[in-house]
Design a protein around this ligand. Structure first.
Ligand SMILES: Cc1cc2nc3c(=O)[nH]c(=O)nc-3n(C[C@H](O)[C@H](O)[C@H](O)COP(=O)(O)OP(=O)(O)OC[C@H]3O[C@@H](n4cnc5c(N)ncnc54)[C@H](O)[C@@H]3O)c2cc1C
Length: 468
């Protein structure tokens, strides 16, 4: 069963692949508990990135009323990249961020800049046919190109490292990777991937866990906060950006077709266009969006800096990895040899000590040679996912745009979203319309029912990871 197959299971269970995984009982010895407790001793709940950021951005909060062409709500990568692209084309842009720029998912993620989409290309082929699927494929490559060219053109120091890999966690998952490889190379003509068997994989990942690897040399990984802040430094020269400026209300389409936004309950911004870039919080302004995405939390630890020899032993070519399980782990080395190791995703209120144990257990199950390594940072953050795992873009009132539901794969896609929302506002909406045609499976927005669906799916896929 691969991640595509589970789409066929329908709404109720399809969200569960990100459900949390608990510690395998055979590992839950007292010794293990002691190792884990000692490893977390003195850890920081700041993100690794905030403790290693190479730039700081000073921005005011809004203290007056303003008018503009485009008001962007949210200062993550979706918001900043949209604002930048429009401001570069001469639009008067105001960006309003409730807290800090890139203070949420965009500045605390796993750093993996990935090819394609969480739903897999087969989903688009089935829904829209090969022609549109090929366009979506090339747009996903464009997303990575945008990140690379931003780094180059704006001279952003964010430690780009080429190479990502999908590691087969079970023997039969290798067949799925083989199929994926054939689709990518033969159907999409992609020449940047290699398929490695178990033995070859062992030379590229210092773990006995995997049965094969799909390596992608075009994708890569970065320090996401340094990237987002670097991009924001450029953006702030061209757009008006405000932090600690929470949009508390939007009255759409008032006199003259303008949208009226209230900020911090006090000040007004009037705009011809609005871009909602608040991730899972967009529904505050458009309740219908709550039916389209579900919020989930995902967890990350950064280990202490590993010795060069240990770092080389576990990831000799320094690629970023995620595995093929429904409830996966993702990891990569930083420039300073800290291992950023994530996973254990949950819905609803997390049991943090339990997740910490589970994540450390995953770490040493993957790399027994790391048992006892200290955790320097442990943090978690939220992202939005759709039930079909495809991104959700759309338009409201003709002049309000939104992009959300990147389903854990938004580091590259948020940059693409910025580019194509800007194009659409300028009047070139072909690319935006391709995404807007992908309709998410909708569920009730009644919190309690959503949680029940999510929990069912969560348990289902957690069980499948063990049983299959
Ligand atoms: C821990 C973690 C690991 C991840 N790992 C990866 C990975 O390795 N690779 C990958 O591709 N993706 C990853 N993702 C997903 C990726 O980070 C997100 O999909 C992407 O950053 C979403 O960007 P965004 O700008 O849409 O949202 P966000 O970055 O969440 O930004 C939304 C912003 O809107 C602001 N906001 C909300 N409400 C208001 C309001 N009322 N007024 C003003 N501002 C408001 C928020 O404060 C926030 O700053 C991960 C996510 C997390 C949380």
């Amino acid at each position: 069963m691969n991640r595509r197959d589970f789409l066929k299971f329908g709404v109720g269970v399809s969200v569960g692949f990100v459900g949390g995984r608990s510690i395998a009982s055979n590992n839950s010895s007292r010794l293990l508990d002691t190792i884990i407790a000692e490893s977390y001793a003195g850890y920081s709940s700041n993100t690794y990135y905030s403790e290693s950021q190479n730039t700081h951005i000073e921005l005011p909060s809004l203290t007056e009323d303003l008018s503009c062409d485009v008001c962007v709500v949210g200062g993550g990568l979706t918001g900043v990249s949209t604002a930048l692209k429009l401001a570069e084309r001469g639009y008067k842009v105001v960006l309003l961020e409730a807290q800090n720029i890139a203070g949420q998912a965009s500045g605390m993620n796993g750093g993996q800049v990935l090819t394609a989409y969480e739903c897999g290309m087969e989903y688009f082929e089935d829904k829209f046919g090969d022609k549109i699927a090929k366009q979506l494929w090339s747009l996903s490559l464009q997303a990575i190109d945008i990140v690379k060219s931003n780094i180059k053109n704006y001279n952003i120091n964010c430690s780009w490292q080429s190479g990502t890999g999908i590691a087969a966690y079970k023997k039969k998952h290798f067949a799925d990777l083989q199929e994926e490889y054939e689709i990518m190379t033969e159907k999409y003509g992609y020449t940047q991937v290699e398929l490695y068997d178990k033995q070859q994989t062992r030379t590229l990942i210092g773990s006995d866990k995997y049965y094969g690897l799909l390596y992608d040399r075009f994708a890569g990984h970065i320090h996401p906060l340094n990237y987002a802040l670097g991009l924001s430094q450029i953006c702030k020269q061209k757009a008006q950006m405000f932090t600690n400026s929470r949009v508390t209300e939007i009255k759409f389409k008032q006199a003259g077709g303008l949208h009226h936004l209230t900020v911090n309950g006090k000040h007004q911004v009037k705009a011809k266009f609005v871009v909602l870039a608040c991730n899972y919080q967009n529904s505050l302004f458009a309740p219908e969006l709550a039916y389209k995405v579900v919020k989930f939390d995902t967890y990350v630890m950064a280990t202490e800096s590993l010795s060069p020899s240990l770092a080389h032993e576990i990831l000799p070519n320094r690629m970023a990895i995620f595995d093929t399980r429904n409830v996966m782990n993702y990891y990569r080395l930083t420039e300073q040899n800290n291992l950023i190791f994530g996973g254990g995703d949950t819905f609803g209120k997390p049991d943090v000590p339990q997740v910490q144990k589970s994540l450390y257990n995953d770490l040493i199950n993957t790399f027994p040679q790391l048992a006892g390594v200290k955790v320097k940072n442990f943090w978690y953050g939220a992202d939005s996912m759709t039930l079909n795992l495809a991104p959700n873009f759309g338009r409201l009132y003709n002049t309000v745009y939104y992009a959300q539901g990147y389903s854990g794969q938004g580091l590259a896609l948020s940059n693409l979203a910025g580019q194509i929302i800007a194009d659409a506002i300028i009047g070139q909406s072909e690319k935006f319309d391709i995404f807007a045609a992908i309709k998410p499976l909708e569920i009730t927005n009644i919190g309690v029912v959503q949680q029940a669906f999510v929990k069912m799916g969560s348990y289902y896929f957690r069980m499948k990871d063990y049983i299959e």
